[in-house]
Design a protein around this ligand. Structure first.
Ligand code: FNR
Length: 418
């Protein structure tokens, strides 16, 4: 209504409402490195395509004359009430698109009551974001480092920053084959302030300071020419942050050290006990695509899962996230909440995910485009549009509240036979 009313007085929206236009306009505003990093995906981009086409597997069958004059889009997750089944997905290195990066997202989400998931690779420390958020809900996303001490430090900081859940991202044990970044020889998180979530951490600083044994097996991963070129460029452009303890002319040492600390590809299900032991906060696993893994999450005492393929940035040709949802929901049977991300672009997408049985969705790229175009106000507008779009679709489908959304609202399109 606000958009139409403003339109009547000649004002157009701050950021495009149409998802495709939003992406195109943001792409024109961003550097080529940011465009490649944000918009791009893994390999041939098949997973990103699958994420979108998966939503076409079901169509909505609206019901009429249901009195939808009083509508309630709120949900409750882990004892907290949220205004809409919408969270912002954790997105790292936002400094690439806007100077105020995560701070702007913190303000925008707080103005709407939308929960924000802090990225482990955020451009600003979680403490700085939390200080702007009042009581607004926030969760922390963890990349499981090779260092248990660093993991514990992140958990402690998250608890002290008022985070009410921990999201452990499992699908990034190694970085995907990101063709657009590779073409530019660009590794975004090596930017100075780009990973302040790490560089502001006392344990991380200690780890970076430890002497490196270049012969040690953990430093075996080949450091490519493009990595070195990138490191040199970053050291020049961003003299602070990751590089500040490396006054020598050997930024490659920082690269090796960081790559070695950042993730642990030897993790197995048993490792989850460590997290369970060290935090009382609800633990969610992000990156689940197989029903048996969803079952394992329950068996290993996890409190929730996020069905996700990282926005198509990891495995190329992976199952669309929404296509994986029905079997997972069936397996989980309401034992723990199931969330979904990857490819959500509209209120109708949200409605379909909830009708199948997701408790909420996260969005990634769309709010980053809002950030690139108009800072905090742009993020706010993108999120508010999604919330409004969802509310309208819910009402038009004949439902007053999220609890009324069920599978009976959806139908698989019939193949044409004549
Ligand atoms: C991500 N994502 C991500 N996930 C995570 O757990 N930690 C992170 O730091 C990041 N960083 C990140 C950067 C960028 C540029 C993108 C686009 C994505 C994945 C993110 O949380 C989410 O899974 C996807 O973005 C969801 O897909 P859509 O909504 O972007 O299609």
């Amino acid at each position: 209504r606000i958009i139409y009313t403003s339109g009547a007085s000649g004002k157009t929206p701050l950021v495009p409402v149409t998802p495709q236009l939003l992406e195109e306009k943001a792409a024109r505003r961003m550097t080529k490195e940011a465009t490649g990093y944000i918009i791009g995906g893994a390999g041939l981009g098949k997973t990103m395509q699958n994420n979108r086409s998966a939503f076409d597997q079901y169509q909505i069958v609206p019901r009429m004359l249901k009195d939808v004059s009083k509508r309630d889009t709120s949900i409750t997750l882990f004892g907290q009430k949220f205004p809409s089944p919408l969270l912002t997905a954790p997105v790292g290195v936002l400094e690439m698109v806007h100077k105020r990066a995560d701070l702007a997202v913190a303000e925008a989400t707080s103005s709407l009551g939308v929960p924000m998931i802090f990225s482990n690779q955020a451009s600003y420390p979680m403490e700085a974001c939390a200080s702007l958020m009042g009581n607004n809900p926030r969760w922390f996303q963890l990349y499981w480092s090779k260092s248990n001490e660093l993991v514990l430090s992140f958990l402690k900081r998250a608890e002290a920053s008022g985070c009410s859940a921990i999201v452990v991202t499992l699908d990034t044990s190694v970085l995907g084959w990101r063709t657009q970044d590779l073409d530019l020889a660009f590794l975004p998180f090596l930017q100075g302030k780009g990973i302040a979530q790490y560089t502001s951490d006392p344990v991380f600083q200690q780890l970076m300071d430890e002497p490196i044994d270049h012969q040690a097996p953990e430093f075996k991963p080949k450091v490519t020419l493009s990595l070195i070129k990138n490191a040199l460029r970053m050291k020049k452009n961003y003299p602070g942050g990751l590089w500040k303890n490396f006054s020598s002319d050997r930024p490659i040492k920082a690269v090796k050290r960081f790559v070695n600390i950042y993730s642990r590809d030897s993790l197995t299900w048993e490792n989850l006990q460590f997290l369970r032991k060290h935090t009382q906060l609800p633990l969610l696993l992000k990156g689940i695509l197989h029903p048996d893994d969803a079952q394992k999450a329950i068996d290993y005492g996890m409190d929730g899962i996020v069905v996700s393929n990282h926005g198509g940035r990891q495995v190329d040709g992976a199952i669309g996230s929404f296509a994986a949802l029905p079997d997972i929901v069936q397996k989980v049977k309401d034992q723990i909440p199931v969330l979904l991300d990857s490819g959500v672009r509209s209120g109708a997408d949200m409605l379909k995910a909830l009708a199948i049985g997701a408790k909420a969705v996260c969005v990634g790229r769309p709010y980053v485009y809002g950030l690139a175009l108009a800072g905090a106000a742009g993020v706010q507008e993108v999120l508010a549009n999604l919330m409004a779009d969802f509310e309208l679709n819910m009402a038009l489908a004949g439902c007053k509240s999220v609890g009324e959304l069920g599978r009976e609202l959806l139908k698989k399109p019939q193949a044409f036979s004549c």
